[in-house]
Write a protein that binds this ligand. Structure first.
Ligand SMILES: [Zn+2]
Length: 860
C-alpha cells in the first residue's frame, strides 16, 4: 500500500486513517516508590484496508509485546519498531491484517516522569514532614502516548475502561466512577466505569494519599474536591464556584453534564493552571484551594475563573472536541468566554466583564506584533501544538467571541452554541461548524464576519475623525513596529458609538467593512466615543479634537470601561509611536479621581514599562511622577478597609500601595509598610488581606538579608498555596544582587518546585534590579533548565526577555538564541524578540526626553 492511499500519512506527525480505535481496556500499575509503572492495554480497532503495519503513538515507553487478535481469537504477533522523532510505534505483521474488527494487545512499562507531563510524579511533605509521592497525569496536548500506546490525536475518539492496580493504602481517581474494588496479591484493583467516547488527551489518573469532600449532588452529578491530606479546609470557596458553574453550564448549554461524576483534584506539582480531563479535572493548588478569609480578591477571582473554565470544557472540548490542534482556539476561547460569563452570573459585583478588559489588552499586546499569528494556525509537530496555548488562543479568541455575542445578541448566540453542541456531541468539529451553527440561528452571515478575526493575523486600529457633520471612521492594521506590507488587511468590525448631544446620550451601531466610512451626526453633538462598551477587538485613535472634547466634558462622564479603553488605546498608540509620550502623560493627569482598578492596572502597567526603559539616572523623575499620580488616591483610600467597601476597591488599595512603595519608592509608604507588616505578623487580622501582598512586596523591595531569610522561611512553612506563592515570588523582588543570586540558585537546585521556578526566573528577567544577573544565569544554566523545567514553564520563562530592554542586552539576547539554535515552538520566540525590540526602540526614540516629559506633565 502506498502512503498516498492512506489519508494523513503524508504528514509525519499524523497517523494514517485506515485503522480506527474504538475502545481501550487499560490496566496500569504504578510503583510510586520506584517511580515506574507497568501496563497492559487491549485496543479494539476497526481495520478499513488490508495492511501489514499498524502505526500508533508511543514515546518514552518500553513496548514488550504486541499482538493482534481477530474475531476468531487467533493471535498474530507483531514486530515493534519505535520511532523517537515522530513518537510512533510501528507494529509489523508477517501476514496481512484483513479489514474488520481486531483486538490489539500491548504490554509495556515506563518511568513516572519528573517533567509534569505524561504519567508523572508529584511530591509533597505531609504534616509530619515526611516526603510523600503521588502519581498524576497531564496528557494535553500529546502526552497520553507517554503513559500508554494509543492513537493520540483528538479525532480518534474512543471509550476508555481503566483499571488501576495500586497499594491498598492509596486512593485512585480517574475519569469515571469506581465500579469495583478488589484485592489481589496485596494490591488493590480499582476498576472504573466506561467513559463516553472521548479523546486520549482527556484521560486521567491520580494515585496517592488523597482526601475528598463529601459528594454534593448537582442534578445527577456527585461533585467532590480532592486534596492531599490536611488541605480540606481550603476547599470551601472552590467548591462553591464548582457547584454554581456546573449548574450554570447545564442550563446555558441545555445539555446535562456528560460524565457520571465530577472530581476536582488539587495536585502539588502541576505545569499549567488546570486540565479539563472529563470527570477528573486536575489543578495546581493555587487554582483550586484558597482560604476565603486570607485570600485577596485577585486570588479568589483566579480560583473562580479556573474552576468555571474547566467546568465549561466538560461540554466545550470534552463532549465536542476540535478535530486537530489548529482548532485549539475552539476549546480554549470558548472555555475562557464561558468562564467569564459564569463568574459574572455568580458574582455580578466583581464586574468580571470589565476586568476581562485586562485579558483583552494582554492579547492586543501580542497581536500588535508583526510576528503575531492568526488565532487558527497550522500545527504539525507536538512542539507547535504546545505553543498554541497562548494569549491569542485564549484571550483573543474569547474577545472575538464576546464581540460576536454582543453583535448578534446573547440569546441568539447561546442558541447557536446549543445547536453546535447537539450536532457534534461525542464527535469533533472545526471552526466552520461553529460559524454554521451560529449563522443559522442568527440568520446572519457569521462566517464572513468572523473569518477575518480568526484566520487573519493582527487587529485593526480604527481612527475616528469629525469633519462638518460627519463622523469618519477608517481602519488599518495596528502594529507597534511600522511595516509597509500590512496595509492591505481589512476586517468586518462591529462598531458601537456613543454620541453626547447636550444632556442626552445616543448610541449608534454599524459594521465597518470598508477601509473607511462616514456617518452623519447632528450638529449639536458635543462628544463622540468609539467602541462604547469596550467589546470590540480593535483599538481606537480619537482625533485630537475629539479627545479634547471628551477631556473637557470630564472623563467621569464615560463608563469605567470607556475610560479603560481610552487609556489602554492611548498607551498602545504611544508605544507604537503614533501618540506623543507627553500627550499620554497629560491624559494620566486627568485621572486623579480614578477609582477603577482596571483603569489603574493600565496606568501602573505603563509606568512599569517606563521603569524598564528609563535610564537609572532618570529613575528618580519617574518615581516622583508615580507618587504624584498615585498619592491622591491613597490619601483618600487610606491603608485600612472600610466597612461596606467593595472587593474591587480593596484590591485597588493593595495595588496602589504596592506601586507607591516600589515603583514610586516612597519612603514614608515603605516605613509605614514595615510597621504594618510587624503588626500583621502578630495579628493577621491587623491588615486587610488585599493589602498584605503589597506589604510583602514593599518589604522585599527594601529588604536586607534578615528579611530575605524571614521570607524564605515563611515560604517554606506557608499555610495556604497563596501565601506560599506570595513569599516565593517575594524572593525575586529583593534588590541586593547577592540575595537575588541565592534565589536563582534555588530555582535549579530542587528547592523551588519546577511548576514555579521558571516563572520566578521570568519575573527576575523583568526586574530592573535583577535582569542582567538573571540573564547571565539563564545563559550559563540553559541546558540544565531545559532538562529540568516543564516545557511550558521554560517557554513562559523566556517571555521575560522582553524586560531586557537595553540595546546591549537586546544584542546579546538575539545572539544567544541564534547561536544556540533554540526554538520554542510556533512563533513564540519571534514574538518575545519583537516585544524586546518594541521596548528598546521606544527607549531609543523617547529615552532622552522621558525625564523632561515626566517632570513637565507634573506642572499641568
Ligand atoms: Zn482550557
Amino acid at each position: 500500500m502506498s502512503p498516498d492511499d492512506i489519508p494523513g500519512s503524508d504528514d509525519p506527525y499524523r497517523l494514517p486513517r485506515h485503522v480506527i480505535p474504538t475502545r481501550y481496556d487499560l490496566r496500569l500499575e504504578p510503583d510510586l516508590a520506584g517511580a515506574t509503572f507497568t501496563g497492559q492495554v487491549t485496543i479494539t480497532i476497526t481495520v478499513k484496508q488490508t495492511t501489514q503495519t499498524i502505526l500508533l503513538n508511543a514515546v518514552d515507553l518500553v513496548l514488550q509485546s504486541a499482538a493482534a487478535e481477530d474475531v476468531n481469537r487467533r493471535q498474530f504477533k507483531a514486530l515493534i519498531n519505535l520511532e523517537q522523532k515522530t513518537q510512533r510505534a510501528g507494529l509489523s505483521f508477517q501476514e496481512p491484517i484483513q479489514p474488520g474488527q481486531w483486538r490489539l494487545h500491548l504490554s509495556f512499562h515506563g518511568k513516572l516522569s519528573d517533567q509534569l507531563r505524561g504519567f508523572y510524579r508529584s511530591t509533597y511533605k505531609d504534616a509530619s514532614g515526611t516526603l510523600q509521592t503521588l502519581a498524576a497525569t497531564q496528557f494535553e496536548a500529546t502526552d497520553a502516548r507517554r503513559a500508554f500506546p494509543c492513537w493520540d490525536e483528538p479525532d480518534f475518539k474512543a471509550v476508555f475502561a481503566t483499571t488501576l492496580v495500586i497499594d491498598p493504602h492509596l486512593t485512585a481517581v480517574s475519569n469515571m466512577s469506581v465500579t469495583s474494588e478488589s484485592v489481589e496479591s496485596n494490591k488493590k484493583l480499582v476498576r472504573f466505569a466506561d467513559t463516553i467516547k472521548m479523546s486520549t488527551y482527556l484521560v486521567a489518573f491520580v494515585v496517592g494519599r488523597m482526601e475528598a469532600t463529601e459528594p454534593v449532588w448537582v442534578g445527577k452529578t456527585p461533585l467532590r474536591l480532592w486534596t492531599v491530606p490536611g488541605k480540606q479546609a481550603l476547599t470551601l470557596f472552590g467548591h462553591q464556584i464548582a457547584v454554581a458553574s456546573l449548574k450554570f453550564f447545564e442550563d446555558y448549554y441545555g445539555i446535562p453534564y456528560p460524565g457520571d461524576k465530577l472530581d476536582l483534584v488539587a495536585i502539588p506539582d502541576f505545569a499549567s493552571g488546570a486540565m479539563e480531563n472529563l470527570g477528573a479535572i486536575t489543578f495546581r493548588e493555587t487554582a483550586l484551594l484558597v482560604d476565603r478569609q486570607t485570600g485577596t480578591h485577585a486570588e479568589l477571582e483566579r480560583v473562580a475563573d479556573v474552576v468555571a473554565h474547566e467546568n465549561a470544557h466538560m461540554w466545550f472540548g470534552d463532549l465536542v472536541t476540535m478535530a486537530w490542534w489548529n482548532g485549539l482556539w475552539l476549546n480554549e476561547a470558548f472555555a475562557t468566554f464561558m468562564e467569564i460569563l459564569a463568574v459574572d452570573a455568580w458574582k455580578p459585583e466583581w464586574k468580571r466583564w470589565e476586568s476581562f478588559s485586562i485579558a483583552r489588552a494582554a492579547a492586543f499586546s501580542v497581536d500588535g506584533l508583526v510576528s503575531t499569528r492568526p488565532i487558527e494556525f497550522p500545527v504539525h509537530a507536538p512542539k507547535d501544538a504546545d505553543a498554541m496555548f497562548d494569549v491569542l488562543t485564549y484571550e483573543k479568541g474569547a474577545s472575538v467571541l464576546r464581540m460576536l455575542e454582543q453583535h448578534i445578541g446573547p440569546t441568539v448566540f447561546r442558541d447557536g452554541v446549543r445547536r453546535y453542541l447537539r450536532t457534534h456531541a461525542y464527535g469533533n468539529a472545526d471552526t466552520n461548524d461553529l460559524w454554521t451553527a451560529l449563522g443559522t440561528v442568527a440568520n446572519q452571515p457569521v462566517p464572513e464576519l468572523m473569518n477575518g478575526w480568526i484566520f487573519q493575523l493582527g487587529f485593526p486600529l480604527v481612527t475616528a475623525e469629525v469633519c462638518n457633520q460627519e463622523l469618519r471612521l477608517s481602519q488599518q492594521r495596528f502594529t507597534y513596529i511600522a511595516q509597509a506590507s500590512i496595509a492591505e488587511q481589512l476586517w468586518q468590525i462591529p462598531v458601537q458609538i456613543r454620541l453626547v448631544i447636550g444632556n442626552r446620550t445616543e448610541h449608534r451601531r454599524l459594521l465597518l467593512t470598508e477601509r473607511e466610512t462616514s456617518i452623519g451626526i447632528p450638529a449639536e453633538v458635543t462628544s463622540v466615543f468609539v467602541n462604547e462598551g469596550g467589546h470590540g477587538f480593535y483599538r481606537v485613535r480619537h482625533q485630537v479634537q475629539l479627545l479634547e472634547r471628551l477631556l473637557d466634558q470630564g472623563l467621569d462622564r464615560l463608563a469605567s470601561i470607556g475610560r479603560f479603553t481610552l487609556v489602554s488605546d492611548a498607551w498602545a498608540t504611544t508605544v507604537a509611536g503614533l501618540t506623543a509620550l507627553p500627550e499620554y502623560l497629560r491624559l494620566t493627569t486627568h485621572l486623579k479621581s480614578e477609582r477603577d482598578k482596571n483603569v489603574w492596572a493600565v496606568l501602573l502597567d505603563s509606568f512599569s514599562f517606563l521603569n524598564r526603559i528609563i535610564s537609572s539616572e532618570d529613575r528618580g523623575a519617574l518615581e516622583t511622577f508615580v507618587c504624584a499620580c498615585v498619592k491622591p488616591a491613597i490619601d483618600e483610600l487610606g491603608w485600612d478597609a472600610r466597612s461596606g467597601e467593595s472587593d474591587l476597591i480593596r484590591q485597588l488599595r493593595g495595588d496602589l500601595l504596592g506601586a507607591l512603595g516600589r515603583l514610586g519608592n516612597d519612603a514614608a509608604i515603605q516605613h509605614e509598610a514595615a510597621e504594618r507588616y510587624r503588626r500583621y505578623r502578630k495579628d493577621p487580622a491587623a491588615a486587610d488581606s488585599n493589602v498584605v501582598p503589597a506589604l510583602v512586596a514593599i518589604l522585599a523591595h527594601t529588604g536586607d538579608e534578615a528579611r530575605y531569610d524571614e521570607f524564605l522561611e515563611l515560604y517554606r512553612t506557608a499555610s495556604t498555596p497563596q501565601e506560599e506563592r506570595r513569599y516565593l515570588f517575594s524572593l525575586a523582588s529583593f534588590r541586593h544582587k547577592e540575595l537575588l543570586t541565592r534565589t536563582l540558585a534555588r530555582t535549579i537546585n530542587g528547592e523551588i518546585r519546577t511548576q514555579d521556578a521558571p516563572f520566578i526566573v521570568g519575573a527576575m528577567l523583568m526586574s530592573v534590579y535583577g535582569r542582567e544577573l538573571t540573564w547571565d544565569f539563564v545563559k550559563a544554566n540553559w541546558d540544565h533548565m531545559d532538562r529540568l523545567f516543564p516545557k511550558q514553564g521554560l517557554r513562559r520563562m523566556c517571555g521575560g526577555i522582553a524586560g531586557l530592554a537595553t540595546p546591549e542586552l537586546e544584542r546579546d539576547v538575539r545572539e544567544f538564541f541564534t547561536s544556540r539554535k533554540i526554538e520554542l515552538g510556533g512563533k513564540t520566540l519571534d514574538q518575545y524578540l519583537e516585544q524586546l525590540r518594541v521596548a528598546v526602540s521606544f527607549r531609543e526614540r523617547e529615552g532622552d526626553t522621558i525625564k523632561v516629559a515626566l517632570l513637565s506633565s507634573l506642572q499641568v
